[in-house]
Write a protein of this length. Structure first.
Length: 727
């Protein structure tokens, strides 16, 4: 027992050894929450309060679940195989597999990842002759997922106008199509599992009696339906141990509801709220900046990060003339750090919007610096892999129309769009699957026969042997061998066979009759679940580029946060949305706390975004960080102000290589001046505060300028009336 608890700080120890009751653990960034969760689990088992199969632990990624199992195996001499530790989707899939009849699903139901779901919706829209411009498939997918995540079936969905009523009808048609084909999407996994528990009392009582301890990671990221699912399981008297950080709730756009933490505290009358505030990642100045930013949010549960690692270095700030200069400066700084011996893989360059990455990537490419965009195309999303999986899906379930359409003419078999359209019409009229319809004759009959032969040939084979059979007899291997760039695709197909072998070794189960079906269905579920997660592959010593959202859960020795300008970070949309600014502040808090040793903040006075030049004010986050924590790398005179000398206004200071010829400066200034002011100049207004001129027109008494006042918005002002002064 002493070995298990050794090294825990007092709050961690208190959380791990809590008596059996509901608890909320507010775990700040870098405070050791994974250790607390895993040690709590081990402590419950070692003290006899729960058996390995009497605990349910929910994580938000498969990676986190695997890490928990690995740590648990190292702590206790137990077999962790079969324990209920996984993601919401993974656990719901497991529950539905065990009770597929009660859930109204076929035994070998397949899971649609987001791309498959979109394809299914496009197919439905085309079959119903719906205008896809008025009802874009992606919008319909978002609507359907949103309804499901709120726990609403079509009959319960609210529709106050004709447009929404039509979307609800499409939701109903989509449900019927999925049920007919024996497939479920990600949102359906959770909703169907929730309905199974809510409507079937014996099954609900079984799981309520089995799981007496429920542990939840990243609780701040749960949505409404996930919280309801947890409440249903805990209603039989189980103890909920929820770990999360309301200051790191940044997924509202995915349906995450930060209010679940307060609701849990109130509804379950949680007496034990333990704050993990000691940070083991970052130096003091970085944490002080994060604390200073986040304290401006209201309705926080409240905590303050601290460390005993010392203050560390000041936070470096750079103001660039434009986004190109900002990118070049970042490149030079990275070069210097690498020359000092710091590994590039320990440096991360963060940005708020994907649109920012082009300039940064161009500068890195031009400088010959290796970099990797975190969250690129994942293995199970690659074209050749999805083709192979479609064949496997058809072997498991020949009624899967989505898989049928993906590969019926791949490799090419001379089955054109017109033939497929006729096949779809016939299948719709007969109310049967495309594969069954194809057996009636025509060009697609040979494909239906190929699927039948493949299924027969795979009987009695192991999962890896089945994958290999499919790759050969489907024609995929031969097809990519003839492609000019096919070697990489063939390597990925080989890796799919390896993935199947590894899956069987780690997760597979031998069916009583030696049938393949169980392993194949589980492997296809695994592939869909993996495709739904953002995971990075292994890379060389390369700089890591990513959005701030992608950076959550990661940490680096050095972090650059670029584009810190009003309208960009915080994003301009946040000002218009309810509580949007608070989410942006949480996003900045996450970005800052990714840094262990050194943090850089940069912004540009002008930036090209979506083909247009934007004149921006520095982000309000600079004002929220105490000045004593910041070290400005650019002259203070240029920071947010235009220099005024002898009645002439000049652009803020720039490096020599960026300075145009003097004559060009004079021509540009003359062309842009209106009433003594120019575009790009910083000005001050008595009511609206500091702003930057972004447009100008007219002359004399008709002269007016358009000013971006940041928090106050963009306004046109007549110079004869407005009392503007150079800032």
């Amino acid at each position: 027992m002493s070995n298990l608890l050794r090294g825990l700080n007092p709050p961690q120890l208190a959380a791990v050894t809590l008596p059996p009751q509901h608890a909320l653990i507010l775990a700040g960034a870098g405070s050791g929450k994974t250790r607390v969760l895993t040690t709590r689990l081990a402590w419950l088992i070692q003290t006899g309060q729960a058996g390995p199969h009497g605990v349910l632990a929910v994580t938000f990624t498969n990676k986190a679940a695997k890490e928990m199992l690995t740590r648990l195996s190292a702590m206790l001499p137990i077999n962790t195989r079969g324990m209920w530790i996984g993601t919401f989707h993974g656990l719901c899939n497991r529950m539905l597999r065990a009770h597929h009849r009660d859930a109204g699903l076929p035994q070998l139901f397949q899971i649609l990842d987001s791309a498959d779901q979109l394809a299914a919706i496009k197919r439905m829209i085309k079959a119903l002759n719906v205008d896809d411009e008025k009802f874009p498939p992606r919008d319909i997918a978002n609507f359907i997922n949103g309804q499901k995540e709120a726990g609403l079936r079509p009959d319960a969905a609210e529709a106050w106008d004709e447009y929404t009523r039509r979307r609800v009808e499409l939701y109903r048609e989509y449900e019927a199509q999925c049920q007919r084909e024996g497939v479920v999407d990600f949102a359906e996994l959770l909703l169907r599992s929730y309905e199974l528990l809510a409507r079937n009392e014996p099954i609900r009582q079984h799981y309520q009696g089995r799981f007496r301890h429920i542990l939840v990671d990243e609780f701040q990221d749960t949505n409404v339906l996930q919280y309801r699912w947890l409440k249903l399981l805990a209603a039989g008297g189980a103890n909920l141990f929820c770990v999360g950080d309301d200051d790191q709730s940044i997924y509202a756009f995915r349906g995450a509801e930060v209010g679940n933490m307060r609701d849990f505290e109130r509804e379950f009358r949680v007496d034990n709220v333990i704050r993990l505030e000691q940070n083991y990642r970052s130096h003091g100045n970085i944490l002080d900046a994060a604390n200073a930013i986040i304290k401006n949010n209201e309705a926080r549960l409240g905590k303050n990060l601290w460390t005993d690692a010392g203050s560390g270095e000041p936070i470096r700030v750079y103001e660039a003339f434009n986004d190109t200069e900002e990118a070049r400066w970042i490149v030079e700084e990275i070069r210097s750090l690498a020359a000092e011996g710091l590994a590039r893989r320990e440096m991360a360059l963060l940005y708020r919007s994907n649109a920012q990455s082009r300039v940064l990537e161009h500068a890195l490419f031009s400088a010959g610096l290796p970099y990797r965009v975190y969250g690129g195309l994942r293995f199970f999303e690659r074209q050749e892999v999805k083709h192979a999986l479609a064949y496997l899906r058809l072997i498991a379930n020949s009624d899967d129309d989505g898989a049928f359409l993906r590969v019926v003419n791949f490799p090419a078999r001379g089955i054109g769009a017109r033939s497929i359209e006729q096949l779809q019409d016939a299948a719709k009229n007969a109310k049967v699957s495309l594969c069954e319809t194809a057996q009636g004759g025509g060009k697609a009959a040979a494909f239906a026969e190929l699927i039948r032969k493949l299924k027969a040939a795979c009987e009695g084979l192991t999962l890896p042997e089945t994958v290999e059979q499919v790759l050969v007899h489907s024609g995929l291997r031969a097809h990519y061998q003839t492609e000019k760039e096919g070697q990489d695709r063939l390597a990925n197909l080989d890796e799919l066979v390896n993935a199947a072998a590894n899956f069987v070794a780690e997760e597979g189960r031998a069916d009583a009759e030696g049938e393949l079906s169980g392993d194949l269905a589980a492997f296809l579920s695994h592939a869909s679940l993996e495709a739904g997660e953002h995971q990075a592959g292994e890379g060389d010593d390369a700089l890591q580029l990513m959005t701030v959202h992608s950076a959550k859960g990661l940490e680096f020795d050095v972090v650059f946060i670029s584009g810190l300008e009003e309208g960009l970070f915080p994003h301009e949309n946040s000002v218009r949305e309810d509580k949007g600014l608070e989410e942006e502040r949480r996003l900045m808090y996450v970005a800052v706390t990714r840094a262990r040793k050194r943090l850089y903040l940069s912004h540009a006075q002008t930036r090209m975004l979506h083909g247009q030049t934007r004149y921006n004010l520095p982000s309000r986050f600079f004002d929220e960080i105490p000045e004593g924590l910041l070290k400005w790398l650019t002259p203070k005179l240029a920071r947010g102000h235009a220099a005024v000398s002898g009645g002439l206004t000049f652009a803020p200071r720039r490096p020599a290589w960026a300075e145009p010829a003097p004559a060009a400066v004079m021509r540009r200034t003359a062309a842009q001046e209106t009433g003594g002011f120019r575009i790009g100049q910083n000005v001050a207004h008595a009511k609206f505060g500091q702003g930057v001129i972004v447009n100008a027109e007219g002359a004399g008494s008709d002269a007016r300028v358009q000013v971006n006042f940041g928090r106050e918005g963009v306004k046109w002002l007549a110079l004869s009336v407005a009392k503007l002064t150079p800032a």
